[in-house]
Design a protein around this ligand. Structure first.
Ligand code: PLP
Length: 420
């Protein structure tokens, strides 16, 4: 850890996050549950409040000033998302409630209208439930078949095995960019290039990459990409879907209602232009404006800076964890300079229950998650019912990692002493 990095990022931004400055059970909060949801900077909280205090109105059809301002704010946020992921057009960005809804949109719209008996969908065993269950529903309704990419020895995406199961029957490959449990960074460019050779579409679940790594959907060449705002400094209730224009144009609507129509007659309707075709009903206007503010904030810190700083945190975290006997982390080890995986560690300690560890650490003001992290099939394959997970973001520090490691060692010693 270079002192300068720490000074330039975490030390500088921590004052922007009011929630971090509090005691839990009399100890300063160490928030290491960022893979579940991130905290929100003042700029985002202000954007939400300012919208409701000054501009609140329904969007799009209004003539009056407040409605014009609300519409400008909402559509301006779409421009920010488009730029953030480098979409070719703002029409390629659809606001959803979260990544789960975005995946369901694709499953119900594209999946149900396109897939047929015997078509194959390739997922990986490390997928979040949100990228498994919608495809199970679509498979049941259409007769499509699910296939799974397995793990390598180092608990990463097995590209070789992927190559052996993909075929001309494959119509969709839907995979996570960065695993929320293993922390591995999947070779999405390669996966997409291979899938396209077989004419398959590719959906990338970017929930754990969008907050941490600069994204470029055009360079990646994915067909769809989804993310949730609440993991990238925005409020809950807002997420987005990126889709290639020709695909979104060809896809039928998912939900029907206001906002998504051109003309409605009693016996039929015509639909609005993109992206509104996929945004039925009054959207989460304030939350969309706030995701725009979150993107402004992340961009001002710099996605490259965030990524580099998190690599330093990763190296430091794993170095400390390696010093704890009988502790096993999952997924690949980082390189000495913290490359090759995300700044999160799912782990188990031999003989101890993950939720007991999390409960005891909470008494020390340390917030980590325990359980299956919505990756139950993966946990079954790893042979554990649950893991503990510490997940970091750019406002975390090496001092907090030190505090976490001390707390964890004390917790382990405590349980060992009562078990004796
Ligand atoms: C959090 C997460 C999801 C689901 O996000 P929601 O906001 O709950 O819709 C999907 N995939 C991954 C990898 C995640 O981390």
């Amino acid at each position: 850890m270079t002192i300068t990095q720490e000074k330039t990022i975490a030390a500088k931004v921590r004052s922007d996050f009011p929630i971090l400055h509090q005691d839990i059970h009399g100890k300063p909060l160490i928030y290491f549950d960022n893979a579940a949801t991130s905290q929100k900077p003042i700029a985002v909280l202000d954007a939400l409040r300012d919208y409701y205090e000054q501009d609140n109105s329904n969007v799009h059809r209004g003539i009056h000033s407040l409605s014009v301002r609300a519409t400008e704010g909402y559509e301006g946020a779409r421009d920010k998302v488009a730029k953030f992921v480098n979409a070719a057009s703002r029409q390629e960005i659809v606001f959803t409630r979260n990544a789960s809804e975005a995946i369901n949109l694709i499953a119900y719209s594209w999946g149900l209208s396109t897939l047929q008996q015997g078509d194959e969908i390739i997922l990986s065993v490390m997928e979040h439930h949100s990228n498994i269950v919608p495809w199970q529903i679509v498979a049941q309704k259409t007769g499509a078949v699910l296939k799974y990419v397995e793990l390598t020895e180092t608990e990463e995406f097995d590209l070789e095995q992927f190559n052996s199961i993909i075929s001309n029957k494959t119509k969709l490959v839907s995979v996570v960019h960065v695993s929320n449990t293993l922390g591995c960074i999947n070779p999405v460019e390669e996966i997409i290039a291979i899938a396209h050779q077989y004419g398959a579409k590719v959906l990338i679940d970017a929930c754990q990459s969008a907050p941490h790594i600069p994204l470029d959907v055009q360079a990646m060449d994915c067909d769809w990409l989804v993310a949730s705002g609440h993991k990238m400094c925005a409020p809950t209730g807002i997420g987005f879907l990126y889709g290639k224009l020709d695909l979104l144009l060809a896809m039928p609507p998912f939900l029907g209602g206001g906002e998504m129509i051109a003309d409605v007659f009693l016996d039929y309707s015509t639909y609005a232009e993109l992206p509104h075709k996929f945004e039925a009903g009054t959207p989460a206007i304030g939350e969309a404006i706030a995701i725009g503010a979150a993107i402004d904030y992340l961009t001002s810190v710099g996605m490259d800076n965030i990524h580099t700083y998190e690599e330093e945190l990763t190296a430091y975290l794993f170095k400390q964890l390696r010093g704890i006997p009988n502790l096993r982390t999952y997924g690949p080890q980082p390189t000495a300079d913290g490359k090759g995986r995300a700044a999160l560690a799912a782990f188990t300690v031999e003989g101890l229950d993950a939720s007991d560890l999390a409960t005891m650490l909470d008494q020390e003001g340390i917030a980590i998650r325990s359980g299956h992290h919505c990756t139950q099939p993966l946990h079954r394959i790893l042979g554990v019912s649950g893991t503990a997970r510490a997940s970091l973001y750019f406002y975390n520090t090496t001092e907090e990692i030190d505090g976490f490691i001390v707390g964890l060692k004390e917790t382990i010693d405590f349980f060992r002493s009562v078990m004796e």
